[in-house]
Design a protein around this ligand. Structure first.
Ligand SMILES: *Cc1c(COP(=O)(O)O)cnc(C)c1O
Length: 396
């Protein structure tokens, strides 16, 4: 960690942690857009390949610009180590694959981001890994699934798109008793509002594409954990299979971290306002926002989160036709399956991100045809509620 980073407060870490100036003393982080590094001697190269020094060798293994982003995010998360990846999925897949072998067992919450669900339900079983999904909100289901040994547990909280929560501390205890590593996808909570490692998780994964970049520009991901776990499991897999982040993306991401708190606090304050406004609207059957007292797990939200995020999910009366009419009538809020952006974005999970789920499973998760997920951005809240008001008027 950069000198000072361990006692700096969060706002200071976000702008200064990981900063490693070159001899040119540039103010902002330098962009090292190169693939390889020169050794000063054959002996230095030999030592580098033996792991006896920590010089940069090749950007698939490590790059000074990528290191700035990794150190800054590790300082924010309170993690011993971080490795940045090309996408969020590269982070999640690598965090699983680096420690699994055929015959192992994985338990996952069924409320997972679509591609994570695909990895657990389709890819891992092909490789001889036994996988089991549990209803993430049901403590008894976790207890039953983890009464047998497992190697890894994967969950997401709050989940996409219904913003259901998993009790991270309770599942961490069960996972550890079953011999499993607990991996938490913390994208919706962001590093600001939930600290899975402090709740007992072993590994935290991010799609940095979302709030961390926050401007819809770069794909990226990150894996964070203890130095022991990272060195034993993750680093050898990462170095040899190549999911590394590009230095350019890391340079963008490191700058975006500087404003993460300002952006996400504002987006979340607006999300809370929009959720309250929607809940009073006659055409809305249901609003889901963990910060509202009517969220089914509001008590858990208060216990394990320090803020409630920028996503709001609502169910409009009138099913798919009404939902499509609202989406098509929006003029400020864009239609996109992305999230965490400065621009507000809306999507219809039933026909897009969750269209591949069997209908019964989708319904059981509460993703009805009237459900719309909104990622609240940085626009003025009144422009968003005015846009939603005129779009909801279009459904009559
Ligand atoms: C977007 C997202 C991912 C995947 O990240 P990419 O950067 O798109 O690969 C994984 N989990 C959650 C919760 C996400 O929102």
């Amino acid at each position: 960690m950069t000198s000072g980073a361990s006692h700096w407060r969060r706002a200071t870490r976000l702008v200064r942690a990981g900063l490693n100036r070159s001899p040119n003393n540039e103010t902002a982080e330098a962009l090292y857009l190169n693939s390889g590094f020169v050794f000063n001697s054959a002996a230095e190269a030999e030592a580098a390949f033996k792991g006896e020094n920590d010089v940069y060798m090749y950007s698939r293994y490590g790059n000074p610009t990528v290191s700035v982003f990794e150190e800054r995010l590790a300082a924010l998360e309170g993690a011993q180590m971080c490795r940045a990846t090309s996408t969020g999925m590269a982070a999640i897949f690598s965090a699983l694959a680096c420690q699994l072998k055929s015959g192992d067992r994985v338990v996952a919450a069924r409320e997972l981001f679509g591609s994570c669900h695909h990895i657990v339900s389709k890819i891992l079983p092909k490789w001889g890994v036994e996988t089991e999904f549990v209803k993430g909100t049901d403590p008894a289901a976790w207890e039953a699934a983890l009464s047998r040994p497992a190697k890894a547990v994967l969950l997401e909280s709050p989940s996409n798109p219904m913003l259901d929560l998993v009790d991270v501390a309770a599942v961490a205890d069960l996972a550890h008793a079953a011999g499993a590593t607990l991996i938490v996808d913390n994208v919706f909570a962001t590093p600001l509002y939930q600290s899975p490692l402090a709740l007992g998780a072993d590994v935290v994964v991010y799609s940095a594409t979302k709030h961390i970049d926050g401007h819809g520009r770069c794909l990226g991901g990150a894996v964070l954990g203890s130095a022991d776990w990272m060195n034993e499991h993750f680093i050898p897999f990462y170095r040899n299979t190549g999911p590394s982040m590009s230095p350019f993306n890391a340079w963008v991401m490191a700058k975006s971290l500087e404003t993460l708190e300002l952006r996400v606090d504002r987006m979340s304050a607006t999300a809370a306002m929009v959720a309250d406004w929607l809940s009073a609207h006659e055409k809305i059957l249901q609003v889901r926002y963990p910060g509202r007292a009517d969220h089914p797990q509001h008590g858990l939200a208060i216990r394990q989160m320090s803020g409630f995020g920028s996503l709001v999910t609502m169910e409009v009366a009138g099913g798919k036709d009404a939902a499509f009419a609202v989406l098509d009538a929006l003029s400020v809020i864009d239609l996109s399956n992305n999230l965490g952006d400065a621009k507000s974005l809306a999507c219809h999970p039933a026909t897009t991100t969750h269209s591949k789920l069997p209908v019964e499973e989708r319904m059981d998760c509460g993703i009805t045809d009237g459900v719309i997920r909104i990622s609240i951005g940085l626009e003025h809240p009144d422009d968003l509620t005015e846009d939603l008001a005129q779009a909801l008027a279009a459904t009559s």
